[in-house]
Design a protein around this ligand. Structure first.
Ligand SMILES: Cc1ncc(COP(=O)(O)O)c(C=O)c1O
Length: 367
């Protein structure tokens, strides 16, 4: 099928660019001597996770148990769940997941002693081992136990239960990913985790409590990990990229060119009410706005804003030729994760040919 034959709005992955992104991040991780454990919350598709593993990734991250269920069902065998869970329903689901997929290695992130004893009781009764990674505070003021005695005590508490295994430390500084300017971003990312690596050396190592895995960093900060003590990178957005990441800059300049914008939304002009205004069929239920408006691809003479759930308003700058009713336009999302979560299907495109499609199986699985 030709792209022009595809009904809209449609979520598109440019496969040539996506494959370049896959290879580029794996190459960077290899050069840094770090394992890549890509965050699949960006795509939520087991087939894409398999592509990442085939390119050399050492397992994947998911944000939620629901995504873990989707990925395990899709045949992925090493899954880190990066968001802490709380409550009996979730603890039981985790145990069930481990029982349902004995061939898989699941690791659950926690950050509180109160999560340990219910999991210990359930794991012991079910005769399974639960691997727990401790999230530490690394500047984001989101989840994470403070680096210090509370961290040490949590490790000791986990180690005391035969059915539990201390699987490492997660330090993800999400608030730093979009700092503009490579040098400033790198400095901030390294400063944020310096107390953790200092504490590991000074306090945990002498007690035999040092983690064998330290997992963290995203698309904006992976390069800052060099030589710090991280063992794996959790970047996710690199696979698709988006316009908000584009603006953060890299070593070479103001535009982040290390990865290509491979995720797009194909739209149709459904109304042309005035000479300088046209409306496309993709509003905020398609193109998320949490990181700003989408950008019409290759069209600096057009700007996009949401016109509501189902309408996207294009403003034509002076001199721009009028858009025709039915004309198709490609949009670059401002945020890949939240845009993808609006769609059921992702179409793979090479040039102007639609060559494959995937059901977005983890879509909406924030449970
Ligand atoms: C815990 C965690 N790790 C990794 C990532 C991936 O970051 P990015 O998509 O910026 O590469 C995220 C994204 O939100 C995250 O929450």
């Amino acid at each position: 099928m030709k792209l022009s034959e595809l009904d809209t709005p449609a979520l598109i992955a440019d496969l040539d660019l996506l494959e370049q992104n896959l290879a580029a991040m794996q190459m960077h991780a290899d050069a840094l001597g770090l394992r890549l454990r890509p965050h699949t919350k960006a795509h939520k598709i087991p087939a894409l996770a398999r592509m990442q593993l085939e390119h050399g990734a050492a397992g994947i991250c998911v944000a939620k148990l629901g995504e873990a269920e989707v990925m395990a069902r899709g045949g992925i065998e090493d899954i880190l769940i990066t968001t802490p869970i709380a409550g009996d329903i979730k603890y039981r689901r985790l145990i069930q997941l481990i029982r349902d997929y004995p061939q898989c290695r699941f690791t659950q992130v926690i950050d509180n002693p109160a999560q340990v004893s219910p999991l210990a009781t359930l794991a012991t009764a079910a005769k399974v081992e639960v691997a727990l990674m401790i999230e530490v505070e690394s500047g984001q003021a989101r989840c994470g136990v403070a680096v210090g005695d509370a961290l040490k005590e949590l490790i000791v508490q986990i180690n005391a239960v035969p059915a539990l295994r201390f699987a490492g430390i997660q330090a993800y500084s999400g608030h730093l990913q979009h700092i503009k300017g490579f040098a400033e971003r790198t400095r901030a990312a390294r400063d944020a985790v310096a107390p953790l690596f200092d504490y590991i050396e000074r306090e945990l190592k002498p007690l035999g409590l040092a983690p064998t895995v330290v997992s963290g960093a995203g698309t904006g900060t992976f390069a800052a990990c060099e030589g710090l003590g991280f063992t794996e990178i959790q970047a996710g957005s690199y696979l698709f990229m988006d316009s908000s990441y584009r603006q953060i800059g890299d070593e070479r300049g103001d535009s982040f060119e290390t990865f290509h914008t491979a995720l797009k939304v194909w739209t149709t002009v459904i109304s042309t009410p005035t000479p300088n205004r046209a409306v496309v069929d993709a509003g905020s239920k398609c193109l998320s706005t949490d990181m700003g408006p989408a950008q019409p691809e290759g069209r600096s003479d057009l700007s996009y804003r949401s016109g509501g759930d189902e309408h996207g308003i294009l403003t034509l700058s002076d001199g721009c030729a009028p858009l025709a009713l039915g004309e198709q336009l490609m949009m670059i999302p401002s945020h890949c994760d939240t845009t993808l979560n609006n769609f059921s299907t992702l179409y793979g495109v090479r040039g102007d040919e639609v060559v494959c499609s995937w059901i977005i199986e983890g879509r909406g699985r924030s449970d």
